[in-house]
Design a protein around this ligand. Structure first.
Ligand SMILES: [Zn+2]
Length: 212
């Protein structure tokens, strides 16, 4: 079938929350543009900064890193070091956060990049609701640990990208945690629910937590 956007003959993907129909190349391009927009809108990167990129071990993390490096080419003075966290998905990142922040601080990095996708940021928010402990919360692409910005700051350029789309592009199966199943199910039943949650929990948290 022909892609309505570029005319290419390819398998097509339906983005249910927006109704867009995209071929694989257009989907990847659209993801890249979302990453660029998030970085631009919230000034996540500066002209010359050195980044510690935390690479997790989910089946789409290689693709996430490729997309990030593609985006980063527009910032020639930015340097990126990739730091691998062994056997860690997003829900366990907070266990390592203190060490990661200390390491990034003592090594002189200007930012820590964590590939937290839309599903992840909603999972982190839901977990906070359940536990009452805001270990890691993303607002406007910036990570807050126990309500505080960290030094160096934690950023996620992927906060408005669905990992589901990378799973599709990478053609892989993933093992979902119960919380992730819940979040994916929410989006499946009500397309757009995750974007709505991400954009509305900001307001809720800014008014109820003492963020600094
Ligand atoms: Zn296309």
């Amino acid at each position: 079938m022909k892609c309505p956007r570029c005319g290419r003959d390819d398998e097509l993907y339906l983005r249910k929350y927006s109704g867009e129909i995209l071929c694989r190349a257009c989907l990847k391009n659209s993801i890249l543009n979302k990453v660029r927009r998030t970085v631009g809108r919230h000034d996540l990167l500066e002209r010359s900064c050195s980044l510690a990129y935390l690479k997790l071990h989910r089946p789409y993390d290689d693709l996430a890193l490729d997309i990030f490096l593609d985006m980063e080419r527009r910032f020639p003075e930015v340097s990126v070091d990739v730091i691998g966290l062994p056997d860690v998905g997003m829900e366990k990142v907070s266990i390592h956060l203190r060490d990661v922040i200390d390491y990034a601080f003592s090594s002189g990095y200007d930012r820590i990049v964590i590939p937290a996708f839309l599903e992840d940021v909603v999972v982190l928010f839901v977990r906070y609701i359940y536990t009452g402990s805001p270990e890691l919360i993303f607002i406007d692409g910036i990570g807050y640990v126990m309500c505080h910005r960290t030094n160096p700051p934690i950023v996620s350029p992927f906060a408005e990208v669905m990992s589901k789309e990378l799973v599709y592009l990478a053609g892989i199966d993933e093992k979902l945690t119960p919380m992730m199943k819940f979040v994916r199910r929410l989006e499946k039943d009500t397309p757009g629910a995750l974007y709505n949650m991400y954009h509305s929990y900001h307001v809720l948290l800014k008014n109820s937590l003492n963020l600094s």
